[in-house]
Design a protein around this ligand. Structure first.
Ligand code: ZN
Length: 162
């Protein structure tokens, strides 16, 4: 079966940056299972997997625009330290920010100057080329329930307890 819209695809993957450092990998665990064509993976990787099948191995280089986005300096923001509710804020820490009326996003503390904290709302991998080594381990039809939820159930996917 070939990878196409709404198939459930299982992959083993290793993600490296341009310096060759491993940023993420499924090795040693279950393969990652995802619903193809629903934006569950970065778009550049989904595009490269289209039409592949179980057993295929591929190396994919994804540029920022098709990965986690180009860096946007407009997402750097200064926040008074007191807004962190007494947390011992340190550079590198990540927080979930919920701007009024906006979407929740993860921000990373980049700098602390006096009582002001500079946070960066870019994805930590924004601006990075993503170098994936991927092995397709399984391709199957999605269940009606998986299609309704927009994600995969079972091994490597979501587990509901409801
Ligand atoms: Zn679900």
């Amino acid at each position: 079966m070939q990878i196409a819209q709404d198939k459930v695809v299982s992959i083993h993957y290793t993600l490296k940056n341009d310096a060759g450092e491993v940023l993420d990998s499924s090795s040693g665990g279950d393969p990652l299972a995802y619903l193809h064509g629903q934006g569950n993976l970065v778009s550049g990787l989904e595009k490269a997997l289209e039409g592949r099948q179980a057993g295929d191995k591929l190396s994919v280089r994804v540029e920022p625009a098709d990965g986690y986005g180009v860096r946007d300096d407009g997402l750097l923001q200064q926040v008074p330290r007191r807004q962190f509710g007494g947390a011992n804020v340190q550079p590198g820490m990540q927080f979930h920010a919920q701007p009024s009326g906006g979407h929740a996003r993860v921000v990373t503390v980049v700098r602390i100057t006096g009582d002001m904290v500079t946070v960066d709302g870019n994805h930590p991998l924004a601006g990075e080329n993503l170098n994936f080594d991927v092995e397709v381990t399984d391709v199957r039809e999605a269940s009606a329930e998986e299609l309704e939820h927009g994600h995969v159930h079972g091994p490597g996917g979501h587990h509901h307890h409801d």
